[in-house]
Design a protein around this ligand. Structure first.
Ligand SMILES: Nc1nc2c(c(=O)[nH]1)N[C@H]1C(S)=C(S)[C@@H](COP(=O)(O)OP(=O)(O)OC[C@H]3O[C@@H](n4cnc5c(=O)[nH]c(N)nc54)[C@H](O)[C@@H]3O)O[C@H]1N2
Ligand SMILES: Nc1nc2c(c(=O)[nH]1)N[C@H]1C(S)=C(S)[C@@H](COP(=O)(O)OP(=O)(O)OC[C@H]3O[C@@H](n4cnc5c(=O)[nH]c(N)nc54)[C@H](O)[C@@H]3O)O[C@H]1N2
Ligand SMILES: [Mo]
Length: 762
């Protein structure tokens, strides 16, 4: 295995805009090595096209009129990663014990390639040994039958299809629990809970067409160039027609500054780039509540001037009176908040916030966008509330060309929630489940991610099934979690590639390899289609055409059904074999369970651009407590939940464009100019001087959380970087040992990974 800290020798430092030659080089650096087959290129050409398969990377929408190659650098990487010619066969496990494999880097583990056969952990030899599918299902079932269902966890990492997710959740409830954490619990749960609280809808209100009608876009903590690059196309088009973009982000992220379309030969040859953000503010991490407060303050000042000069309102009084609850309290709070407080907490000067406020006031249609820079804070839900307040002031909600648009992560993470992956029974139509399957689903609230981690640490959780993902790497509190994990009785991982979570196994452990989305899924009734829901609530069919990586693979749906059938007693209405034989029948069940969202599901699944699930909030129907948009008042002006203290920094945990979550593709963070290593501590030159640090010095980060627990990560090279004062940045997942499990959004329990309290130890 290569040295994981060394960079690939063909990576180059790239200083241009996002997209452009750099992104093509990013793709070809993977191509050049081992994946360069005509078949792979053909697969990519079908990516995100009607009748083709849907990208396994991000959740950005798939347009009705796709580009000739509707994929980006990251989508291509993610697909090629799945198409690798390398195989992690039983041979790999025969040659290396689990203890040995634990010494490998995460990068090297995934480099072993696609898993090919079901494996069972053999404690005597400390290895994974091959096992037949039926034997694996029977073994898992025997364990599950002996356990209290409520002591087991069924995790899902937002990739599995709507069909598989629906059956997975059904299995959990038939077996007897609602313990269905999802990667969303670490991601946009703040949206699912916080946005729902104020608008009544747990998802964004915008559709793609709104981006061609908006006059201004306000961006908070979402890194489009890295994490949803296809979204740069509609952004570029919006800018070209005069839409004004204002961005709030502690880092100057390339994609939001300028973009060259890699699919436009003229732009590529002429080196032409589009400036994306007209104004770009390096807000302090957790300072968005203050920044939005400043914007609102300016809108109120403009309203007063407007009334005096023109005797007309600048605010949308009709919307406020008819659709908002609590507006007056909010206005009182904005007026009572002083500018110097706003400047201090946001790190942005008053005149700058006023300039941004002018763009807001002068635009007829405004869209607010956000990502992890908003959701992963102790008061992330309150920041979402503030963004909704700002939009509501001029009626920018539930109207064409305007709205709120959280950008989701995993390609079907939003959809998994739609079809029942939820720990909350009140979010699932139990009456329909009773009617369809003739059973009583469990009434009690189950465990989401944080509760599952608490249960694992405390020993009350006895079994964990992972439908994809890399739970142990993605969660906070790594040290305690890794130790506690091995005390579980049973761990089962359904996966395409080997990762860390597969090596930290329970007493009884199975590793079950599944088909990837780009591969043909052949069942009794023929090749199958699967479906997903994207970030803009569009539902798409996806058909894999590639030959499976191994003849032993089963589909995710078949694996879930296989375990369920072996575990549960027979029941005339539960027809696992029939459902595995024809996924169309599962879609019929989804339609019967959610008739308003999935009408004519089988007929409509190949609608170009997808079909819209619908959203009441878009129609100005607010399913909130008051029946109106809840205009909320935040507790304070920062979202971090801990006070400033000497030597304490807010740590931002970052992704690079050369990773997909816990999967590290390589060591080139091209857009930030960090090459060859991920073991860096990014810090501003001013903070370096204050802390007497030298560039290149190796330091450790230590937890500075109020709980006093010792947590640290060492070996970080001090790297000067353009960041606001009082904060540092380093990579996720390497920094996860520093995140306390209790450090999460107060409302939704989303881990607060974007402002972790740390100290630097030289
Ligand atoms: N290539 C690639 N694509 C991906 C992923 C990946 O890992 N790699 N992951 C996928 C997943 S699951 C998700 S959820 C999405 C994540 O996509 P994003 O939502 O973009 O998530 P991050 O990159 O973690 O953080 C977003 C930005 O928040 C900024 N930020 C940090 N703190 C603050 C703050 O306090 N305020 C503001 N305004 N900004 C802040 C950071 O500088 C960063 O630019 O991407 C998806 N797509
Ligand atoms: N500190 C910090 N922590 C974070 C974050 C952060 O910004 N900072 N971000 C959080 C976020 S937004 C998220 S979404 C989570 C991510 O948490 P997870 O979703 O649990 O992690 P991933 O890295 O996306 O999972 C990758 C693994 O999924 C498996 N896989 C890939 N494709 C498939 C497939 O088609 N089927 C199956 N069954 N398996 C497949 C492969 O084995 C691969 O190793 O991490 C969270 N943790
Ligand atoms: Mo995510």
């Amino acid at each position: 295995m290569g040295d994981p800290t060394k960079q690939d020798d063909d990576t180059v430092h790239y200083d241009g805009p996002a997209g452009g030659w750099g992104s093509l080089r990013g793709i070809s650096s993977i191509y050049g090595k081992e994946w360069a087959t005509p078949a792979a290129l053909d697969t990519l050409a079908h990516q995100n096209k009607p009748g083709g398969f849907m990208c396994v990377s991000c959740a950005w929408t798939k347009p009705a009129h796709p580009h000739p190659f509707e994929f980006c650098e990251n989508g291509a990487k993610a697909t090629l990663w799945e198409l690798t010619s390398r195989r992690c066969t039983p041979d790999v496990f025969a040659k290396h014990t689990i203890t040995e494999l634990k010494g490998w880097s995460d990068y090297d583990l995934e480099q072993t390639g696609r898993l090919t056969q079901p494996m069972r952990y053999d404690s005597e030899s400390d290895t994974y040994v091959p096992v037949g599918w039926d034997e694996a299902f029977a073994g898992i079932a025997a364990e599950l039958k002996a356990l209290d269902p409520k002591s087991t966890i069924f995790y899902a990492s937002g990739r599995a299809s709507l069909e598989t997710s629906y059956l997975y959740a059904l299995f959990a409830r038939l077996y007897g629990h609602n313990n269905l954490p999802d990667s969303s619990n670490m991601c946009h749960e703040t949206t699912s809970v916080g946005l729902k609280k104020v608008t009544g809808s747990s998802v964004g209100t915008c559709v793609l067409d709104d981006f061609s009608k908006c006059d201004a876009i306000f961006f908070f903590g979402q890194s489009t160039g890295q994490n949803s690059p296809r979204f740069l196309h509609p952004l570029q088009e919006a800018v070209k027609r005069g839409c004004r973009i204002v961005t709030f982000n502690p880092l100057r992220e390339k994609g939001l500054i300028a973009f060259t379309n890699p699919q436009s030969p003229t732009e590529m040859l002429m080196g032409r780039e589009t400036q994306i953000s007209e104004l770009y503010f390096q807000v302090r991490p957790s300072g968005d509540i203050a920044a939005i407060m400043g914007l609102c303050k300016h809108v109120l000042a403009r309203e007063a001037r407007h009334l005096a000069d023109a005797n007309r309102h600048l605010l949308d009084m009709g919307f406020i009176e008819q659709h908002c609850h609590g507006f007056d309290d909010f206005v009182a709070r904005v007026k009572a908040t002083a500018w110097d407080e706003i400047e201090r907490e946001s790190g942005i000067a008053r005149k700058d916030l006023e300039a941004a406020g002018d763009i807001y006031c002068d635009a007829h249609n405004v869209i607010g966008i956000y990502g992890m820079g908003v959701t992963q804070h102790v008061h992330g839900s309150q920041t979402i509330g503030m963004l909704v307040n700002l939009l509501a002031m001029r009626g920018n909600l539930g109207r064409e060309g305007a709205g709120i648009s959280p950008v989701r992560g995993h390609s079907n993470v939003q959809g998994q929630r739609t079809v029942g992956i939820s720990e909350k029974p009140e979010l699932v139509p139990y009456d329909k489940l009773r009617e369809l399957f003739d059973f009583d689903p469990p009434p009690d609230t189950g465990m989401a991610t944080v509760e599952a981690c608490e249960g694992i640490i405390e020993g009350s959780v006895r079994a964990f099934i992972g439908l994809g993902g890399n739970f142990v790497r993605a969660i906070p509190e790594r040290e305690k979690m890794e130790a506690a994990w091995q005390k579980m009785r049973l761990t089962v991982q359904i996966a395409t590639k080997l990762n860390r979570s597969h090596l930290i196994n329970g007493e009884v452990a199975y590793l079950l390899p599944c088909l990837g989305r780009s591969e043909t899924d052949q069942q009794a009734s023929g090749p199958q289609t699967v479906t997903m829901e994207d970030s803009l609530s569009m539902i798409h069919g996806s058909v894999g055409k590639r030959k499976p990586a191994s003849a032993h693979l089963l589909s995710e749906l078949a694996i879930v059904a296989g375990i369920a059938k072996a575990t549960l007693p027979p029941h005339p209405k539960i027809r696992w074999d029939e459902w595995v034989g024809d996924y169309g029948k599962v879609r019929d069940l989804i339609e019967a369970t959610y008739p308003d969202k999935f009408e004519k599901f089988n007929e409509r699944m190949f609608t170009p651009g997808g079909f819209y699930k619908g959203n009441a909030a878009r129609e100005r129907i607010w399913k909130t407590q008051s029946g109106k948009v809840e205009i909320t008042v935040p507790d304070g002006l920062n979202a971090c939940g801990f006070p400033d203290a000497p030597g304490r920094y807010r740590l931002i945990t970052l992704r690079s464009n050369d990773q997909f979550n816990t999967t590290i593709y390589g060591y080139s963070d091209r857009m930030r100019g960090i090459e060859g290593t991920r073991d860096v501590l990014l810090i501003s030159p001013e903070e370096m001087a204050k802390a007497r640090l030298e560039a290149g010095q190796v330091v450790a980060l230590e937890s500075d959380a109020e709980d006093g627990v010792a947590r640290s990560v060492g070996g970080l090279t001090v790297t000067p970087f353009d960041l606001p004062s009082g904060c540092v940045a380093a990579y996720y997942p390497e920094m996860n040992p520093l995140v306390p499990l209790s450090h999460h959004d107060r409302l939704s329990k989303t881990p607060a990974s974007k402002s972790v309290p740390v100290r630097i130890r030289a």
